[in-house]
Design a protein around this ligand. Structure first.
Ligand SMILES: Cc1cc2nc3c(=O)[nH]c(=O)nc-3n(C[C@H](O)[C@H](O)[C@H](O)COP(=O)(O)O)c2cc1C
Length: 328
């Protein structure tokens, strides 16, 4: 059975990579992940805010914001762990320790001095950069096309500053995702990671306050990824990563069937430990065997929207059908 796949021009032994997470802070856990079969590791993000705080660029700190804003608890990012030097040192250590590609993660919003950090990641041995453009625009004066133009400018600048491939991790909230994906590719993105899981706060009704905690994913989170992979994969010229909701081997099989090149796994290994990865790999192999496939290329993209002229109408027809067939 041949599980090898190509991702961002990297030849990987199988399609299971560890998504951005705290795993790469711990060298022995990284070794265990590689022993369990991880074909690449994505480091956790290095954030624009951390670099700006470190370089004393104007940014929000308790000293330079008004008392009102300070009272609202805006963070002092210089307190965050792993400063720029630590991140680079850890990246170098990882590349020396394990024999799988290490993908660095750079996380920011708007063009600024932080994008230069991509070059340092490349120099330290990163095989690729995952550029996470997570942001939430709360200002009603800013239109969506302005945000996307800013994002493209960041992608263009980062991609031009390094020789290694740059892939972009997106949220699903773009009104015309296929168009934006094409523009990302034109601006130098070698791939797209679908999707960021948006952090959402809950409310504690007893304490009457906002509760901020990190929720691990559920298998149902996969469905949104399956939809967009099936729509994007027929036309997107670069690599596609599925990130979100891969908990079982069957989830990985589904992501590949709709056109993913690789799947990123985080929550499943955080819940069950690094060795869970070996089970996922064995499970995918077993499924391929039972389905009569010898290599990933035999089935990758088979259930995508390849060949359909109007995927949007087909998806809408499914939507109407499921609503209308529900009987009470
Ligand atoms: C504890 C934790 C830390 C994470 N840190 C990052 C990060 O630094 N940068 C990033 O792009 N994504 C980060 N993520 C998101 C994951 O990379 C991934 O996209 C998401 O968890 C969905 O995959 P999953 O369903 O396998 O968990 C983090 C997720 C978790 C659970």
């Amino acid at each position: 059975m041949d599980l090898s796949t190509s991702y961002l021009g990297l030849k990987l032994k199988n399609p299971f990579i560890i998504g951005a997470s705290p795993y790469c802070d711990n060298l022995s856990l990284c070794q265990r992940l590689c022993e369990a079969g991880a074909s690449a590791l994505v480091m956790h993000s290095f954030f624009e805010e951390q670099l700006m705080a470190e370089t004393n660029a104007p940014f929000v700190t308790e000293e330079n914001i008004s008392g009102d804003e300070a009272a609202k608890g805006l963070p002092n990012y210089s307190d965050y762990h792993l400063n720029p030097e630590h991140y680079i040192r850890q990246l170098k250590r990882l590349t020396q320790l394990v024999d799988v590609p290490i993908i660095a993660s750079l996380n920011g919003r708007k063009l600024g001095g932080w994008v230069d950090y991509a070059q340092r990641m490349e120099d330290a041995g990163a095989a690729a950069i995952e550029l996470n453009l997570y942001q939430l625009t709360a200002d009603p004066a800013i239109p969506g096309d302005e945000i996307e133009a800013d994002m493209l400018q960041v992608v263009r600048t980062v991609a031009a500053s390094v020789q290694i491939p740059v892939t972009v991790k997106l949220t699903p909230f773009h009104s015309a995702l296929p168009h934006f994906a094409a523009r990302l590719s034109e601006n130098g993105a070698a791939g797209i990671t679908l999707f960021n899981r948006i952090h959402q706060s809950d409310i504690d009704l007893v304490k009457m306050e906002k509760v901020t905690h990190l929720r691990l994913s559920e298998p149902s989170d996969l469905l949104l990824r399956l939809r967009w992979l099936s729509i994007l994969s027929p036309d997107f010229p670069g690599s596609l990563a599925c990130s979100g909701g891969v908990h079982h081997a069957a989830d990985a099989a589904k992501a590949l069937l709709v056109g993913a090149d690789i799947v990123q796994v985080v929550s499943a290994v955080l819940k069950h430990g690094p060795e869970r990865l070996a089970e996922l790999i064995a499970g995918l192999e077993a499924w391929m065997e039972s389905a009569g496939y010898k290599r990933i290329a035999d089935f990758r993209g088979r259930l995508s929207h390849r060949g359909s002229t109007d995927a949007g109408s087909l998806e809408r027809a499914d939507y109407i059908s499921v609503l209308q067939t529900w009987k009470v």
